[in-house]
Write a protein that binds this ligand. Structure first.
Ligand SMILES: Nc1nc2c(ncn2[C@@H]2O[C@H](COP(=O)(O)OP(=O)(O)OP(=O)(O)O)[C@@H](O)[C@H]2O)c(=O)[nH]1
Length: 309
């Protein structure tokens, strides 16, 4: 089933492609840097199945390279067992990317939170970029950088250092992006380039909703969920209104998808909406309903209706 919504891979044979995380404590300029990296609007085409591992925040594609910027949970000081668990999650997420960009604020010396991030990234054997941001307003950028560098002492992997202003320094951001691309492994693109796709936008959106549903329901209902988009309207104020259905096989499954008080369906909807907004580059309203089509997986007509031809 996962293959049904795959689009052809249109990357050149010698392409390089990979996942990159931007980490750092709050307010250092991670989002500003990400926005500065992304000069391309991503057309609504379907991701390849591998990309379900986590939220994609944006993609930069050239003729030969593709950087997929991904979300990682925030790093913070563990106050309790939950905090500790969250930091383990960060560690697992970072272990799964191809390169890490650690952003620090050059206006200030490192804090405990920076130390936490350093601790998370120091021993990972993958390309690391230490990015001193807000150089335009830093009084002692070199001194600050020295202190941040010190937090990585003893690291054995590749570290690239640079200082810049994510907000104003277009040339430095472009150079950094080139450097990041140079570290990516040889691999086909994870997302098709541009708009080349044989999918309709409804099929594409349905697949994103299905991926988010599968992530949330992984342990409960593997493979018994299909999705379809029933309405797609662009409002005059720019809002994209999408209505969709999550299809299950049995009445008993309906409640499992909806969750207590509708919580689970709401979470699926929110996660899918975020992805849709990134790709469509506009605000999205997503309405989801759960419906039952008994035994849809065995029913050819139902399969056709759900787009599995
Ligand atoms: N002067 C200056 N300000 C910057 C620069 N980069 C980011 N900022 C500002 O720093 C503030 C925080 O930037 P964000 O990009 O939201 O930081 P963030 O790390 O994504 O923050 P969280 O989402 O809280 O983790 C914003 O007010 C930005 O405008 C820079 O290069 N120079």
């Amino acid at each position: 089933m996962t293959d049904l919504h795959m689009t052809s891979n249109d990357a050149p044979t010698d392409s390089h492609s990979g996942f990159v995380a931007i980490v750092g404590k709050p307010n250092v300029g991670k989002s500003t840097l990400l926005n500065a990296f992304l000069n391309t609007k991503v057309a609504p085409t379907s991701p390849r199945p591998q990309t379900t591992r986590r939220g994609v925040r944006g993609i930069h594609t050239t003729d030969t390279h593709q950087i997929v910027f991904v979300d990682t949970p925030g790093v913070h000081k563990p106050k309790d067992a939950l905090g500790k668990y969250m930091n383990q999650e960060v560690h697992a997420a970072l272990a799964d990317v191809d390169a890490i960009l650690w952003v620090v604020d050059l206006r200030h010396p490192p804090t405990d939170e920076d130390n936490m991030v350093a601790h998370q990234v120091r021993d990972l054997p993958k390309p690391l970029f230490l990015i001193g941001n807000k150089r335009d307003v830093a009084k002692y950028p070199e001194e600050a950088m020295k202190l941040y560098r010190g937090l990585l002492e003893g690291r054995s992997g590749d570290t690239t250092e640079l200082t810049l202003s994510a907000q104003n320094d277009t040339a430095a951001v472009a150079t950094l992006r080139e450097q990041v691309m140079d570290t990516l492994p040889e691999s086909p693109f994870f997302y098709p380039r541009g708009g080349a796709s044989d999918q309709t936008r409804e099929m594409w959106a349905a697949e994103i909703i299905r991926e988010e549903a599968m992530k949330k329901l992984r342990d409960e209902l593997p493979y018994a969920v299909a999705t379809r988009v029933t309405s797609w309207t662009e409002r005059e104020d720019g809002l994209q209104r999408i209505e969709g259905e999550v299809v299950v096989e049995k009445n008993a499954h309906k409640g499992m998808v909806i969750g207590s008080g509708g919580k689970q369906l709401k979470e699926i909807g929110q996660a899918a909406r975020k992805q849709l907004e990134i790709f469509l580059n506009r605000k999205v309203y997503l309405g989801l309903e759960v419906i039952v089509i008994p035994g849809w997986r065995e029913d050819e007509e139902a399969l056709r209706e759900l787009g599995y031809e």
